[in-house]
Design a protein around this ligand. Structure first.
Ligand code: NI
Length: 245
């Protein structure tokens, strides 16, 4: 299995060595670590050098773009030469927490998509309360593969996403009792367009809610997808890995 989106550098209760060991012991072979804060860019670049099975995404999360500075562009480009940097992310628009800098979010979203285009790297998208603007920008600017990270939208939105060159990534919330839209999205999404993630340390799946999340729990996301789609787990996991690759 692969955890395609885990902030291992933000997990507080465990050392990174322990997180990686737990993942390996539970059949999670690859971890993809996105940057969120500007300071994560150096951290992710170091992690991918240090750990063989860790890959990275570089970028600045929409809620953190107030701390953007243009020198980050050179930094991202320089680190992206490494074959272990597999995409730009997580980037996007988040109007949920703070609407006071939407324009800055849009400007830097576009700038980061352009870095991805220039380096032919996939993009990992964070889209919250911003579907229309986010989709408009992607349609206009994105030229590389798109991952809709921790997808939590409606089935209609997902069908729009699938019309683009994209993968839909599901996380722990699909296991929650109050997940209303997730089952119909999962039913409607072809298995060759699905990938799995934990978004740890957040959004711990059932039955571990309340504990800090970590990559080994990605299994529970995959299990839920198989349960909803009535698929054999080992075949589905192989397919999901192929999708990611
Ligand atoms: Ni994230």
């Amino acid at each position: 299995m692969i955890d395609t989106h885990t902030h291992i550098n933000c997990i507080e209760e465990l050392s990174i060595d322990k997180i990686i060991q737990n993942a390996k012991d539970n059949g999670v072979e690859k971890l993809i670590v996105p940057a969120a804060y500007p300071s994560d860019i150096d951290i992710v670049a170091e992690l991918v050098e240090k750990y063989e099975n860790v890959y990275g995404l570089l970028g600045v999360h929409p809620s953190e773009v107030k701390d953007w500075d243009d020198s980050l562009i050179d930094k991202i480009k320089e680190y992206s030469i490494s074959p272990k940097i597999v995409g730009i992310g997580e980037i996007g628009l988040d109007y949920y927490w703070d609407k006071s800098f939407n324009d800055l979010q849009k400007e830097l979203f576009i700038k980061q998509i352009q870095i991805a285009n220039e380096h032919n790297l996939p993009i990992s998208i964070h889209m919250r309360e911003s579907t229309k603007d986010c989709m408009d920008i992607l349609k206009q600017y994105a030229k590389t593969k798109i991952i809709f990270h921790c997808f939590s939208g409606s089935k209609e939105t997902m069908m729009e996403c699938l019309k683009m060159n994209s993968m839909i990534s599901f996380a722990g919330p699909i296991t929650f009792k109050n997940a209303r839209q997730a089952p119909e999205c999962i039913k409607a999404c072809p298995i060759n367009r699905i990938i799995t993630e934990t978004d740890s340390p957040y959004l711990t799946p059932v039955p571990f809610r309340g504990k800090e999340n970590e990559p080994m729990y990605v299994e529970y996301v995959a299990k839920k997808i198989c349960e909803i789609k009535q698929l054999d787990e080992s075949n589905a996991c192989k397919q999901i890995e192929e999708n990611f690759n």
